[in-house]
Design a protein around this ligand. Structure first.
Ligand code: ZN
Length: 123
């Protein structure tokens, strides 16, 4: 089994509605996002998936979130833009991508709210 990870980042503001503490106030993060792909078969070149293709797909998803006030986005109309919900939504968007049509399977998405705090979502 091979496991491959790419990392990218975006900047965005949010607040946690209903939270008893400072996070209920508007603030921003430099969010860092890792995508983890697993598979057993390599292509002719000896790759599980091209890092460049995977990173481009991740950046396509993150562009929608970059420099946004996350609470205002339609995707967060019904729930708080927590690291947990971000990780699941990014996973779901990536899972629908056509780049995972070979051996490479999307395994997990990890969202870092800070260098020391992250959430991992997988199915
Ligand atoms: Zn926050």
């Amino acid at each position: 089994m091979y496991e491959l990870t790419v990392r990218s980042a975006f900047e965005a503001a949010h607040f946690i509605d209903g939270y008893a503490g400072k996070c209920s106030r508007l603030h921003g993060h430099n969010w860092s996002v890792e995508v983890i792909v697993r598979g057993t078969e390599l292509d002719k070149l000896g790759m599980l998936i091209d890092f460049k293709i995977l990173k481009a797909e991740l950046n396509r998803v993150l562009d929608e979130l970059d420099h946004r006030f996350l609470n205002e986005l339609a995707t967060f109309a019904e729930e708080n833009p927590t690291a947990e919900n971000l990780a699941r939504k990014i996973f779901e968007q990536l899972a629908a991508s056509e780049i995972f049509n070979g051996s490479a399977k999307l395994y997990a998405v990890r969202v870092f709210e800070s260098p020391n705090s992250c959430v991992t979502y997988y199915e």
